[in-house]
Design a binder for this molecule. Structure first.
Ligand SMILES: [Zn+2]
Length: 120
């Protein structure tokens, strides 16, 4: 079983708005919800940074929606690791907003990709 660190509350409405401008993580549809992957019951206790973009169908309404099937089944059905996706969105956000981007060569990206595949 995967362990998770102690839950920490962070609110950042700009980050959530940024997530809402992304296409759905599953199907690529635009006009999405900001789905909080981990939260502790109350919406007030959400962590903005632990979120991904999901269209309404994949968030709450559709047959294969997150809130219909639960975290683990949702990941399995859609072949996703939501922890990894959360980190990818954070990395994109930081690169866009810090004006900082490390010069990464194609070969380094290739190695990173190989490593990702080794995990799955
Ligand atoms: Zn979708």
């Amino acid at each position: 079983m995967k362990g998770h660190p102690k839950y920490i509350v962070h609110h950042n409405s700009r980050y959530e708005d940024w997530i809402r401008k992304k296409p759905c993580l599953v199907c690529g549809v635009v006009d999405v919800d900001c789905h909080h992957v981990y939260h502790s019951g109350s919406a007030k206790l959400r962590n903005s940074y632990l979120s991904v973009p999901l269209c309404r169908d994949h968030h709450t309404m559709g047959r294969y929606a997150y809130h219909r099937m639960g975290h683990r089944t949702f990941e399995d059905i859609h072949s996703l690791d939501l922890d990894w996706e959360v980190i990818n969105y954070l990395a994109d956000y930081m690169e866009e907003h810090d004006g900082y981007r490390e010069d990464v060569s194609g070969s380094v990206q290739g190695d990173a990709q190989a490593e990702v595949e080794a995990f799955s």
